[in-house]
Design a protein around this ligand. Structure first.
Ligand code: UDX
Length: 430
């Protein structure tokens, strides 16, 4: 018989951990959130949310009675039968996932009262990790700990909706009863539950992200060809998306994908395959297309402006996508550094990411509002499709810009409207 422990533990209160903990509390569970960062835990204890995610502060406040924040691993194992692991697994220099934080948790287990527990892996770990950890758990002198793979499919900016209304819940287990207990935590959610073994669950996560990244690189290549043959990729994508086998999502051409997941996971899957001796050709192309796509804007600017030396370019948006302050692997970083490499001055405005941007885009003049960013510029590049940019103050912009050129890196603007305001407009593949 399993113990009387009532709570659900979450170890690693980064982005995934905090969203998972808060949403589990919203589902009615008592959640103990643990992180080694004492400052962060103190902040959260006072109701301050250290990340930008729409709706999260409100949901945290609503569920505060069911949530405890601690730095003690002991508390978690004392009070929780089911313990989620959501520590980060950043890429190493080889492109493999760095599992040191996962193993740090493992190494602390022998000192704890781990009688009957279920460890649920939320972090994305290479296929095979779960079986390795299960073997290690069996070897360590701990009580009985079952291991479950339960990958997350959370998008930044819509993570709460993704958790509460998921397309599917994936549970990989060896022990049916342990899997049932984890599945029961989600019983209020209406979603298909895929029950499988651990490596299959791990692979579902990588294969999903790699497929989505492939869709993006594919449509970006179509866009590049569209430019040569006079076709419009936005309508091509609409036409393709109506085919149910293709579907309308993730077919927005632009200046490449970024973020903390796609680039890391696609590279990791390539390595996972490589480590088995398999050369995953398609993924190499997906990665390369994405790298080149970030740089294509530079050529578009050169085509209109000639050499970029001493030209001033404004970037609208720095975050890797709208509704997040996250700059990890953002296309803006590569673009800004390419432009500065060509001798251009770069200014930038982002509705949310400016306070976090100084280190990521060193040398870029960060502005507090859109008009200060575009003042005196030879061109504007729309990098992130924030709602705020849907209705640009075109007349005011034209008056204060040096040259009326807009490169729309996300095909977000209405070309006719922009041209009618006296601008030269260029999108991606249209
Ligand atoms: C992604 C996955 O969607 C999520 O399931 C996983 O758990 C984590 O990684 P996220 O990184 O938050 O989520 O971003 P997402 O909304 O998927 O976008 C990723 C990148 O792709 C962004 O840079 C976005 O601009 C780009 N993108 C997306 C395109 O360029 N075109 C598209 O059609 C869609």
């Amino acid at each position: 018989m399993r113990s009387e422990k009532k709570g659900v533990g979450v170890i690693g209160i980064g982005y995934v951990g905090l969203v998972t903990g808060t949403c589990l509390a919203e589902l009615g569970h008592h959640v103990i959130c643990m992180d080694i960062d004492a400052e962060k835990i103190a902040q959260l204890g006072e109701g301050e949310v250290p990340i930008y995610e729409p709706g999260l502060p409100e949901l945290l406040e609503k569920n505060q009675e069911r949530m405890i924040f601690t730095t003690s691993l002991e508390d978690v194992f004392e009070d929780c039968e089911i313990v989620y692991i959501a520590v980060d697994t950043p890429p190493t220099f080889t492109g493999d996932a760095d599992l040191s934080r996962v193993f740090q948790v493992m190494s602390a287990l022998p000192g704890l009262s781990t009688d009957d527990h279920i460890m649920v892996m939320k972090s994305t770990v290479p296929v095979g990790t779960g079986n390795k950890i299960s073997a290690e758990l069996a070897r360590l002198e701990t009580g009985n700990i079952d291991y479950i793979s339960n990958p997350e499919f959370l998008r930044e900016g819509s993570a709460l909706g993704d958790f509460m209304e998921p397309d599917r819940i994936v549970i990989g287990s060896r022990n049916q009863e342990a899997g049932d207990k984890v599945a029961a935590l989600y019983e209020k959610l209406e979603a298909p539950v895929v029950r499988t073994n651990i490596p299959t669950a791990e692979m579902i996560k990588y294969a999903s992200n790699a497929f989505l990244a492939t869709k993006i690189s594919f449509i970006n290549e179509i866009a590049n060809v569209c430019e040569e043959v006079g076709a419009d990729v936005t309508i091509v994508a609409d036409g393709m998306g109506l085919d149910k086998r293709i579907g309308p999502h993730f077919l927005n051409a632009g200046i490449g994908f970024g973020g903390s997941c796609f680039p890391k996971d696609v590279t990791a899957l390539k390595q996972i395959a490589g480590n088995t001796g398999y050369h995953f050709q398609l993924l190499n192309a997906v990665i390369e297309v994405n790298e080149l796509q970030k740089r294509r804007v530079v050529n578009k600017l050169r085509k209109h402006l000639g050499p970029l030396t001493d030209k001033t370019i404004a970037l609208l948006g720095l975050a890797f996508k709208p509704n997040t302050s996250d700059l990890r692997e953002a296309s803006s970083i590569v673009l800004a550094s390419r432009l500065m490499g060509d001798g251009a001055y770069v200014k930038a405005y982002d509705p949310v990411a400016i306070p976090y941007a100084a280190k990521a885009v060193r040398g870029v003049l960060l502005c507090d509002d859109l008009l200060s960013a575009v003042e005196g510029c030879d061109a504007v590049v729309l990098v992130t499709e924030w709602d705020e940019f849907a209705e640009l103050p075109l007349e005011k912009m034209k008056k204060i810009m040096n040259n009326p050129l807009i490169i729309d890196g996300r095909n977000f603007l209405d070309p006719q409207q922009v041209r009618a305001a006296g601008f030269t407009y260029e999108g991606i593949g249209r």
